[in-house]
Write a protein that binds this ligand. Structure first.
Ligand code: SF4
Ligand code: SF4
Length: 278
């Protein structure tokens, strides 16, 4: 089947539920819109992935060693703390995206394809992620020709997003090491902490509040320590996050895990604020 699509996202928000990955700069820029946490996922073994997909993940991940010498590759993501079936906090009441346009998060600029697949992947049918897009979205510039992405703007956004995410990896690795210390202090041994931190998503496990909230604590402390954030900027970001977490704690009261995680997040962020301002 020949797959040719003209496409331009119209920002209708139909696909906008659950969490979205952000760069550190985007976390700061959208601090008063998204409650933000960290997720850490172990990357599947190289032999199970397409070589180009592995190369792309490799640039955005880092290795940690378990006590028995095995190495785990970890993909750490700064991510909005949106429960899987809940609307993105940037969605308007009519479901449209309130930040639609060139300034929205990089992950959204490449929706709905994303870059889970290598940029030169050849689709042999209409990719299922377009299922929610309305007909008016299929009238923009050429996106796919013979199943391959041809839109230079889309490719530019993918490359820019990858570059930004790769630029955050060193910081995220430092944050992960700090998070392990935090979890060890809470009673985990090191290997347990690594496996627990890499096996849950933000809201999906009983220990998710510790994993998600200590992740953001570690990230901000690491960003200040590495000079990626000044103390005044960190303080402003954390204050906005406290306000936004408080707002969404009320909105997502139907989800015990989200409610619990946001309550823990507020407590942790108040601790971070004290650390920044002392
Ligand atoms: S920021 Fe806009 S495009 Fe991105 S997930 Fe939220 S509503 Fe959708
Ligand atoms: S990717 Fe499609 S469904 Fe999602 S906001 Fe854009 S047009 Fe709407």
């Amino acid at each position: 089947m020949t797959v040719n699509i003209d496409f331009s996202c119209v920002g209708c928000g139909q696909c906008c539920t659950g969490s979205t990955s952000l760069t550190l700069n985007e976390m700061v820029r959208f601090a008063d819109i998204f409650p933000v946490g960290m997720t850490w996922n172990s990357v599947p073994p190289k032999k199970t992935l397409d070589p180009k997909a592995f190369q792309s993940i490799r640039d955005r991940s880092f290795l940690v060693k378990l006590g028995d010498g095995r190495a785990i590759r970890i993909l750490g993501r700064i991510s909005t703390m949106t429960p899987s079936k809940s609307a993105c906090p940037a969605r308007n009441e009519d479901m449209s995206c309130a930040v639609h346009g060139a300034g929205k998060p990089g992950a959204c600029l490449i929706a709905p394809l994303g870059f889970g697949m290598p940029i030169d992947f050849k689709y042999d049918r209409l990719p299922p992620m377009f299922a929610k897009c309305p007909s008016e979205a299929f009238t923009g510039s050429p996106l796919l020709r013979r199943g391959v992405v041809v839109d230079p703007e889309f490719k530019r956004h993918v490359n820019e997003n990858r570059k930004q995410l790769s630029g955050d990896v060193g910081l995220i690795e430092v944050a992960f090491a700090q998070q392990l210390q935090h979890m060890i202090q809470a009673g985990y041994n090191r290997d347990e902490a690594i496996l627990a931190a890499t096996s849950v998503s933000i809201f999906d496990a009983p220990q998710s509040d510790l994993v998600a909230t200590s992740g953001i604590w570690s990230l901000i402390v690491a960003a200040v320590g590495k000079g990626r954030m000044s103390k005044p900027l960190a303080s402003d970001t954390v204050r906005k996050q406290i306000a936004v977490c408080d707002r969404y704690r009320a909105i997502w009261s139907h989800s015990d895990t989200a409610h619990g995680a946001l309550a823990s997040q507020i407590e942790v962020l108040n601790g971070v604020l004290e650390w920044i301002e002392k």
